[in-house]
Design a protein around this ligand. Structure first.
Ligand SMILES: O=P(O)(O)O[C@H]1O[C@H](CO)[C@@H](O)[C@H]1O
Length: 290
């Protein structure tokens, strides 16, 4: 990572110039943005009529160093809608600031994106959840953000949004209802849940004590992404729909024989469920009024 990129704050003007760069190189005018989580980038491959950009070739964009995150921005058509897909994301544990991680969302705003679909891989805290479940996200617990590391800290640029944005309905109720209904129509009822995503910075997976704490706090799953993106999206008035793939079950007992989590396992399960996520998101995109 280029240190000079880390040291500066991304401004409204930076986002404007990045949006102008993209708009001058594609004829697509997306109203829906999609961010693909670990092992879930295959969604970008089902778009048609695509224009694709490497993150490293986009001004002010950071590049992901994490396996399973291709670092491409793909414009194209999906179910008759114009979309822009981040095939892979950047994370704070890679050394990026919260503002850097959420910069693409602000660029989406300037592209006039109205709805953001976030996907991710997560570990189950809820003991009734199973590996391979999909969870429609209804709320989040932003431990990192509550501790002061979030993209809205610093000067507020009111062209993006208000100083004190509400987060009590961060995950749009109507979009969740549509997503859950479609998952039933697709025969996914058995393994689709609705629950709370908790965000920790990573890159280490959680201790047993931390998993138990998250359980007491009301978390259903835990991951290392998504929440800063959602905070930035809600700040600038973009509606959010989120789906998490439960790639592993968190270890809740000390000295147990339960398998320890690993990124290989996360990628393997992400890729296994990738087709289902693609089916759900594609149908969802076709259905929603953007
Ligand atoms: O949240 P996404 O990017 O899907 O990835 C999840 O998987 C990685 C850990 O295996 C972490 O980056 C975690 O956040």
């Amino acid at each position: 990572v280029d240190g000079s990129v880390l040291d500066r704050e991304e401004t409204y003007e930076d986002a404007t110039s990045t949006a102008e760069f993209l708009l001058s190189r594609t004829d697509h005018r997306p109203t829906i943005g999609i961010i693909c989580g670990s092992g879930l980038g295959g969604l970008a491959n089902v778009l048609t009529d695509t224009d694709s950009f490497e993150f490293r070739d986009i001004p002010n964009f950071a590049t992901s160093t994490v396996p399973g995150h291709a670092s491409k921005l793909v414009f194209g058509s999906l179910q008759g809608k114009t979309v822009v897909v981040m095939q892979g994301r950047v994370h704070m544990y890679e050394g990026h600031t919260a503002k850097q991680v959420t910069f693409p969302v602000r660029v989406f705003k300037l592209l006039e994106v109205k709805i953001l679909i976030v996907t991710n891989a997560s570990g189950a805290i809820n003991r009734t959840y199973k590996m391979g479940d999909l969870m429609v996200i209804c709320d989040h617990i932003n431990l990192v953000g509550l501790a002061g590391l979030n993209p809205l800290v610093g000067d507020n640029d009111s062209r993006f949004g208000p100083r004190f944005p509400p987060m009590s309905s961060a995950y749009d109720n109507d979009l969740r209802s549509i997503g859950l209904k479609l998952s039933e129509e697709l025969g996914m009822k058995e393994f689709v849940r609705e629950g709370v995503y908790s965000f920790q910075s990573g890159p280490m997976f959680e201790t047993v004590g931390e998993c138990r704490l998250l359980n007491v706090l009301g978390a259903d799953v835990v991951g290392m992404s998504t929440v800063p993106e959602v905070v930035a999206a809600r700040h600038c008035g973009i509606r959010v729909f989120g789906v998490s793939v439960v790639t592993n079950c968190c270890v809740m007992e000390l000295d147990s024989d339960d398998q320890e989590p690993s990124h290989d396992e996360v990628l393997e399960m992400g890729e296994k469920r990738s087709a289902d996520v693609q089916r759900l998101i594609s149908k969802f995109v076709g259905k929603i009024i953007d």
